[in-house]
Write a protein that binds this ligand. Structure first.
Ligand code: SF4
Length: 416
């Protein structure tokens, strides 16, 4: 465990409930030990696996392998009851290492390693189950699998390359802002986004001339000034303009690709109708269409209503998700490794208004519930690691929403 330098600041808890959510749509990479164990398990002789490919090469020329998927994107070993067949027949220890350590994962920052928890696991999103201390053997297993190679430093913002100590200072400033006790989560996210804007607006030569220590002092000054200037954002919230609203809806509905109701394989007709409905929603002002997520009927305007203060148990679910993503730098993991630090943080911050917009939709006229919110946090975590959410289209949408402070406006408007 020596190589994992930072642990989550929150009281992290989870236990596998065998819901099978993590076994859908994820690519499970296999190491040599996993491959040897699967070979010993002789799945080719099992009646359910006659002629079924269980392991696939990750690329034509690659020497890496991963578990094969069924046509609906679920793991080849996930059975009709949503249970893992390897687990059922050979026990927990017989599963590939990635399956055993999930929802734990590690984000590398230079020489540092940050342990974090994927909220794609509903019990991790709720914070229920045994503590991290009680799962210590899994942290050890994860540590053993990690590469020693230091990770490549991302740009700070477009065109500004800095070494890791400088980037750690910036990540530390974002972390401090998200941990401030004097403000609600909406205000903390807005403050962190304003800090990102200040970083981008500073002339690039500012950074090159500073040591990491000087940069830390400068960021502290900026953070203190932002904290004094931005107090209770929800009371001043203004609705997004028409163009921004359309781009936001496009982004928000893309998240629904990861909703659990869409795990079942749908007919081509249903998928085409869903696509047409999704497209119609961009220009619609009336009724909300059916996007295949079992959301109640309603009209688009109803998604603009204030939610009011969320119950403490709902607030703590959102807090845990956004704070731990910031502290562990999970926002710049997966496909966003090549994004600048600032863009990656903004890409994560978009999830906040998205979750709250979808929460309004998913509950209709009823008050928000823990179960509905958990479904949305799970899908936001899954989207965070999806290649489509690191690609040029999403990046373009982030840039559009960031322009003119619209992302802050969206956070305030849907956070109220
Ligand atoms: S091997 Fe088992 S635990 Fe791992 S993804 Fe497949 S079904 Fe899930």
């Amino acid at each position: 465990m020596q190589r994992i330098h930072a642990l989550p600041v929150l009281n992290e808890r989870w236990d596998c409930q065998q819901c099978g959510i993590c076994c859908r749509g994820a690519q499970v990479a296999l190491n040599d030990e996993d491959l040897a164990r699967l070979k010993e398990q002789r799945w080719e002789e099992h009646p359910d696996f006659q002629g079924v490919t269980t392991v696939q090469r990750t690329g034509w020329l690659s020497g890496d392998y991963h578990l094969a998927h069924r046509p609906d994107g679920s793991c080849v070993f996930l059975d009709a009851d949503g249970l893992c067949q390897i687990h059922k027949e050979f026990g927990f220890e017989a599963k590939p290492w990635q399956c055993r350590v999930f929802p734990l994962t590690v984000v590398s920052s230079g020489e540092r390693r940050h342990l974090t928890m994927r909220r794609a696991c509903p019990t991790a999103a709720k914070g229920e189950g045994r503590s991290l201390e009680q799962h210590r053997d899994l942290v050890r297993l994860l540590d053993k699998q990690m590469s020693d190679a230091p990770s490549v430093a991302p740009e700070l913002c477009r065109g500004v390359a800095l070494p890791w100590p400088h980037l750690h200072a910036v990540c530390g400033a974002l972390e401090k802002m998200m941990l401030q006790q004097d403000a609600c989560l909406t205000t903390r996210i807005v403050r962190a986004l304003v800090l990102c804007d200040k970083i981008v607006e500073a002339p690039p030569e500012t950074w090159a001339a500073m040591s990491a220590r000087e940069l830390d002092c400068r960021l502290n000054e900026w953070s203190a000034a932002i904290g004094r200037q931005i107090q209770h954002v929800s009371s001043e919230a203004k609705p997004p303009g028409k163009t921004v609203a359309v781009v936001f809806r496009q982004v928000a509905t893309a998240y629904l690709d990861f909703h659990k109701a869409r795990y079942q394989r749908q007919s081509l007709w249903r998928r085409l109708r869903r696509f047409a409905n999704q497209f119609a929603l961009m220009s619609s002002t009336g009724q909300l269409p059916d996007l295949g997520c079992d959301f109640p009927d309603g009209d688009l305007q109803s998604l603009e209503r204030p939610l009011g203060e969320l119950a403490p148990e709902l607030q703590s679910i959102l807090d845990r998700f956004f704070v731990s993503m910031t502290v562990s730098q999970y926002y710049r993991a997966y496909g966003r490794r090549h994004w600048s630090l600032v863009d990656a943080f903004r890409g994560m911050a978009i999830s906040y208004p998205v979750i709250l917009w979808l929460l309004r939709w998913s509950v209709g006229t009823n008050p928000p519930t823990v179960d509905r919110l958990i479904d949305l946090v799970v899908l936001a975590d899954r989207a965070q690691s999806a290649p489509s959410f690191a690609g040029p289209r999403f990046r373009h949408n982030v840039a559009t929403l960031v322009a003119n402070g619209d992302l802050q406006r969206l956070v305030c408007w849907y956070g109220r």
